[in-house]
Ligand binder design. Sequence first.
Ligand code: COI
Length: 356
Amino acid sequence: MKEIDMEITLSTTKKTKPQADKLEFGKVFTDHMFIMDYITGQGWHDPRIVPYQKITLDPSAMIFHYGQSVFEGLKAYLTSDKEIFLFRPEKNFQRLNKSNERLCIPPIDVDKVLEALKELIRVDQGWIPDAEGTSLYIRPFVIATEPYLGVAPSDRYQFIIIMSPVGSYYKEGIHPIRIAVEQAFTRAVNGGTGEAKTGGNYASSLKAQEVSDKEGYAQVLWLDGIEKKYIEEVGSMNVFFKINGEVVTPALNGSILPGVTRDSIIELLHHWNIPVSERQISMDEVYQAQKAGTLEEAFGTGTAAVISPIGEFLWQGEKLSVQNGETGELSKKLYDTLTDIQNGRSDDPFNWITKV
Ligand code: COI
């Protein structure tokens, strides 16, 4: 493990922590944050933990104009023995570097950044909630800070980590959500930035999300950008279907985010000898399965979303109910197994946990 030599400036005031049963997603932030800077020629430098604060940027900073930015999402958990667990953090930082590569942002040193994150968590450990279904959500991100209006990769960046105690992402909690299949807009296309975790993908999803939200749907399900036929992902999570005993998730094709939870679920299913395929799956296949009564379950996976059962799809004006809108047995078992490992309630046979 690499040491990281950094300055720590502690906050002189402490914010009031929200009540564990009133936690919303991403609205309250801990007392401290991590920052480091990049300048071409000097590399990443000046890593530091500072009190959570506003950052000052030039109005011409490139992030504001051309959206050169990437982010990650991971979580820290407090076990009943008061140990702090991170779930596969190196995967998130490796994915950040893949997103960096796509967005022409210089790579970060995964080991050093992980050490910095652990230190930040130690500083703010009193912020990790311990109630059932809660955790400390960690948001690392990089922004282009060079003041310049030419369209080119920036020669300055900031890498920042902020943290937020959270409850469930959806207002439905662990109850099944309703999803509208998007037919007008496209999230990503082959060769685009779909598999990178960059703000632009989320900005372009907002319009569809706004429409479906008005109709009471939690999220939209994106189809491929060419034929509008094959399933890609849901706004904030990857998606799985159980059809006739087989679990299917869309194969990573360049326009789908390679989720860390997605990968973990596939590993768990293999471990349980439950047939699981990563392949193309069309909305028509799901429709036919629902009509034939073989669509047994559907659920989304993500760091924020954990395992979110899907109880209904809206597709071409028709409501397709899954499991009569109830949580399926497999979704429940996956949720319990994953969160038991994450919270230290069971063994970690896959070596997914990093202790802080
Ligand atoms: C996450 O699951 O961490 C995400 O980044 C999804 C997010 C857009 C809320």
